[in-house]
Structure formats: structure tokens, C-alpha cells
Design a protein around this ligand. Sequence first.
Ligand SMILES: Nc1nc2c(ncn2[C@@H]2O[C@H](COP(=O)(O)OP(=O)(O)OP(=O)(O)O)[C@@H](O)[C@H]2O)c(=O)[nH]1
Ligand SMILES: [Mg+2]
Length: 286
Amino acid sequence: MVQLTKARMLQIINCLLQRNVARDRTQTKYASFSEVLQLEEKQYTGIVSPLQELAKYMAPGVNTSCFHIFSPNQKDIKTAEAFFIPSQKHIIDYFISAVRMDHVPQLSQPEVCFLGRSNVGKSSLIKALFALAPDIEVKVSKHPGHTKKMNFFKVGKVFTMVDMPGYGYRAPKDFAEMVEPYLIQRKNLKRIFLLVDGIIGIQPEDHIAIEMLEEFGTPYVLVLTKIDTASKTVMAKNVIQIHDFIQKNTQGCFPQVFPVSSVYYSGIHMLRCFIAHVAGSFHLSS
Ligand SMILES: Nc1nc2c(ncn2[C@@H]2O[C@H](COP(=O)(O)OP(=O)(O)OP(=O)(O)O)[C@@H](O)[C@H]2O)c(=O)[nH]1
Ligand SMILES: [Mg+2]
């Protein structure tokens, strides 16, 4: 196991957990799972399992059973992380961009895609998931409507991840013509990750997207983004409301949400493990 110096440990803690320090995102450091394992329990939980961290801010008696549906152990998380580390034999790279389904080559490897309102944090999330492959360029912008095409990234021969253009404000005009055929026809699409802003919750445009996914029948999962921008109490309330919504109104949605911060990498190790799992890359040992 990698031994951390005290200075490096402090740097990780500062970068990942302090919300009140002036932020210089270019200097936020990613901590590998081996490094996170050496942090104190509270810090470990905050980074690896934001849901469990938020459970502490909920009233006694709130049903948190759906927080443990996907509950990998440390060995599983470590195994999943290895898929996101590039090597000569396991090349992780941008593959192709497409604006039409017929521009996308058929691939046999499983695929997952990231969908959501413009500016919700799709590209940032993919960039954070690829933190161990820093040569990959994933373009992020503070201006909504930045990603205009479906951008495919190959994770070796194991699976592919697709960054979608956003819907809603400043969406590409041909969003529906581009994205709907992909969602309906793509045979190797294993899971849709629908990103919802963790602070403002499910918006009217997201309800339309959820209705559409329910109709298409492809399994999907909600990822709550930007959790670093609100207090834990606000996030805890939102998580309860969203779980309640999923339980009452959806069939195809995974009953557990994945809260993430792409700035502080909270929830990223867990989400990698879920992606590798739904792509069929490995079986959980737990
Ligand atoms: N604080 C914080 N900001 C974030 C996070 N994720 C993304 N952002 C910011 O949100 C803005 C939009 O991020 P993008 O990743 O480009 O959003 P997108 O969903 O890909 O947007 P489109 O391509 O326009 O659909 C950028 O300014 C990001 O820095 C996060 O976890 N925390
Ligand atoms: Mg984008």
C-alpha cells in the first residue's frame, strides 16, 4: 500500500473537504483509493460514500435502506479503480464524436451514457472519472450548451462512456434527433446516467427526460451533481425527496442515487465501481 507523508495527507484533506477555502480548481488533487483508505473514517466516508455521510444529517426514523442497495466493499472499489488506470494494454482515450446515430460505429463492448440539463456537470463528471488518465481531454465550460455532439470515450476494450449534449437552455437545436435514436437503438447501451443538480433537484426538463426514459425502457440511474455547493442539511433533504420521487414515480430507475462532486471527487470512487459493475466488467465480491 502507498504510504502517504503527513504533508500529502493534509493536502488531500484540504483539497477534498474544506469548502470554505478559496478554490483553485486547477490545484484540486485527486486522491487514489489507496490514498483515501489512509484518511480518517469521517473523511473516508465523505469522499467514498456521500450518501452515508448525508444519512447522519437525517432525522431518526428516516428509511435509509435504499442507501445500501449498491454497497461495494473496499476490494470491489479497488478492482473497479483499476479499469480507470490506463496502460499500454488498456488504452483509455477519446474515440469519436457524432451528431447522428448512423455516424456512430457499432461496438460490441458495453456502453454507458451521461445525460442531463445543459450545465448540470456531465463533462465535468466524466473528467473526474478519468482523473487517473489525465491525458484525456474532456472539455468543460461554465457556459451552458457547451457539448454539442455525442462524445465517445473508450475504456480499453472493457466499456465505452458517452458524454451527451445537454437538454434545456441552449441545447443543440437537433438534440432530440441526435439523442433519441441513440437511446432507443443502441444495443450495447447498458445504463443511462441521468444527472440532476443536487441542489435544485429535479427540474421540469428533467421530468420530461425521466418520462422519456421510462417510455424507452432502458435502465437508468440518477446522479446528483455539485454536492459541494450546498450544506449537508440541504443535500440530505433533497436526497430524501428524490428517493421518494423515484420510489413513487419510476419503474426503470435504480432506487439508489449517486451524489457526487466533480471538484472534490466525492462519490467518484463509488460511481466508478457502479459503472464497471453495470458494464459487466466484474462481479462484486460483497
Ligand atoms: N462546484 C462544482 N461545480 C461543478 C461541478 N461539476 C461541474 N461544475 C461546474 O459546472 C459548470 C458546467 O459543467 P460542465 O461539466 O461543462 O456541464 P455539462 O453538463 O457538460 O454542460 P453542457 O455540455 O453545456 O451540457 C462548469 O463551470 C463546471 O466547473 C461540481 O461537482 N461542483
Ligand atoms: Mg458538456
